[in-house]
Design a protein around this ligand. Structure first.
Ligand code: 86P
Length: 149
């Protein structure tokens, strides 16, 4: 059976002079183990847990951000499929805005660093093509979403 993990692509909108969507930054966390790769907050689904609960729990555990800090964006859910040590893994990402862009991120022992990054920097940190495509899809989604705000 495939490993299953869920998480959030979290973005914040800065009140700087850059016009939307260039005022958007994405949160990436760097693992303190293995190859020190960068991903949005996410983690494995516990037995009996539903996917969105996992995404919220892992975001709280890994970034210190709770449901009250986030605004989940309608109409975006991406599913990635890749192999980890020979086992298939599926990862679901929702998209959420950090309501107060000044809210502090608090890491757990699983991560050693975090970055708020504009799209291109986020893609370069994320490295994997499917994650880059997911970040770009989120950005496109936000371009139309912001027009409606
Ligand atoms: N000491 C140690 N301990 C580890 C290690 N490994 C795990 N632990 C422990 O496990 C716990 C984590 O538990 P959770 O938080 O619940 O799970 P996840 O958040 O799911 O975490 P993972 O890191 O297991 O999973 P991925 O992020 O999926 O990385 C796995 C591989 O996939 C690549 N990869 C990543 N993203 C993408 C992508 O988007 N696209 C593609 N194509 N590939 C991608 C990536 O480059 C890597 O090669 C930790 O507490 C550790 O104790 C390890 O190597 N050494």
């Amino acid at each position: 059976m495939a490993l299953r993990a869920c998480g959030f692509i979290i973005f914040r909108r800065l009140a700087n002079p850059a016009p939307p969507p260039d005022n958007i930054e994405y949160l990436l966390l760097q693992t303190s183990y293995g190859e020190h790769h960068w991903t949005p907050p996410k983690g494995h689904v516990d037995p009996g847990e539903d996917d969105l609960t996992t995404a919220l729990r892992e975001t709280k555990e890994e970034a210190g951000l709770g449901a009250e800090d986030l605004r989940v964006i309608d109409g975006f859910l991406q599913e990635l499929h890749y192999e980890v040590r020979g086992r298939p893994k599926e990862v679901l990402y929702w998209l959420a805005e950090l309501r107060d862009p000044g809210t502090a991120v608090t890491l757990s022992d699983e991560h050693q660093d975090y970055r708020w990054a504009r799209l291109e920097e986020a893609c370069s940190l994320a490295q994997h093509r499917d994650m880059q495509d997911t970040l770009r899809a989120a950005h496109r989604h936000l371009e139309t979403w912001q027009d409606k705000q």
